[in-house]
Design a binder for this molecule. Structure first.
Ligand SMILES: CC/C=C\C/C=C\CCCC/C=C/C(=O)SCCNC(=O)CCNC(=O)[C@H](O)C(C)(C)COP(=O)(O)OP(=O)(O)OC[C@H]1O[C@@H](n2cnc3c(N)ncnc32)[C@H](O)[C@@H]1OP(=O)(O)O
Length: 289
């Protein structure tokens, strides 16, 4: 119920944005920040993140992404989605720092609800989610990948993935942590989260953050072949199994969703945290100069 209500709010927000849907022969639809190549006959869609310059998860991006995902969820012909970046090199730079810096509490609350919604929708999706990680994927970008059923990363040592929040002076919330612990195990997570480590593909593979590392030009073909393997499993048994594995963790957030929002708002509003974000943003700018 809570999920459905939040979804309606996002859909309303989406229509307020007034984006015109572009339909290309019924096989492609796009809003400004997400491109969907939908092969209805095959039952597979490729969702490409395209929020330049670095696919940060801004409120507008989250709204558009959730609307696109809902369209696919509502069409029973779609059984699988491949998530990837339209800009190879960066899968996603994670949460948009500008949504968490210098804004008011109402904005922080709205943003955090949308971040929760993204995680819940992806984590509990009945569809098969395969992540084709064709670039760097820190923090919220890594979280998106962690919600997927299978992760394939491009073999480029320049790309990294992980939950680096502590390096920014912020803290990965409990549900990021739980998703990570369930993927890599407690000790690895404890170590990596405290240090805010980002891992290149080979190490990410060793730790189980990703399931496969393949040459960069094969990420998409590999994602398609993995999807074909998963599609061979009957939906009802796979979905019931997925739900059995994931429901408890998602319910844990659902039951304390409002408290989690309040925690976020009071944490992110602190002067010390705003100062940390300011310092980090300055560092990002200086890196350029
Ligand atoms: C007790 C606890 C209770 C509750 C929880 C409380 C707290 C908070 C939890 C919050 C969880 C947070 C999760 C996150 O995802 S935080 C974001 C983490 N992301 C990063 O650290 C990535 C930062 N970016 C980079 O490292 C690089 O940009 C990247 C991705 C490697 C790409 O490099 P490059 O191609 O060289 O591009 P630039 O660095 O030049 O960046 C271009 C442009 O984009 C801006 N930018 C980069 N990342 C972000 C971002 N995440 N959000 C917003 N903007 C971003 C960058 O500043 C440049 O801007 P400019 O204007 O200078 O062009």
């Amino acid at each position: 119920m809570a999920l459905a209500a939040a979804g309606r709010v996002l859909l309303q927000a989406g229509s307020r944005l007034g984006r015109r849907e572009v339909v290309d022969g019924a096989r492609r639809f796009a809003n400004k920040r997400v491109e969907v190549e939908a092969d209805e006959a095959a039952g597979i869609a490729v969702m490409k993140l395209k929020n330049p310059p670095v696919n940060s998860l801004s409120l507008e991006f989250l709204t558009e992404f959730l609307i696109s995902l809902e369209k696919l969820e509502n069409n029973k012909n779609f059984r699988g989605v491949i998530l990837t970046s339209e800009r190879p090199g960066v899968f996603s730079a994670g949460l948009d720092l500008m949504e968490m810096y210098g804004r008011n509490p109402a904005h922080y609350a709205e943003y955090w609800r949308a971040v929760q919604e993204l995680w819940l929708r992806l984590y509990l999706s009945n569809m098969i989610l395969v992540c084709a990680i064709n670039g760097t994927s820190p923090a919220g970008g890594c979280l998106m990948a962690l919600t997927c059923d299978h992760r394939i990363m491009a073999d480029n040592p320049k790309y990294t993935i992980g939950l680096n929040e502590s390096q920014l002076g912020i803290v990965a919330p409990f549900w990021f942590k739980d998703n990570f612990v369930n993927t890599v195990g407690y000790r690895t997570a404890e170590h990596a989260l405290q240090l805010g480590l980002l891992f290149p593909p080979a190490e990410a593979l060793k730790l189980g953050i990703v399931d496969e590392v393949v040459p960069e030009d094969q990420v998409h073909s590999k994602a398609q072949s993995v999807m074909a393997q998963w599609m061979a499993i009957p939906d009802h048994s796979r979905q019931l199994t997925k739900n059995m594995m994931r429901k408890a963790m998602a319910d844990n957030l659902i039951k304390q969703r409002e408290a989690d929002i309040q925690n976020f708002v009071s944490f992110i509003s602190r002067d010390s945290i705003q100062k940390s974000l300011h310092t980090y943003l300055e560092k990002l700018k200086q890196k350029k100069g």
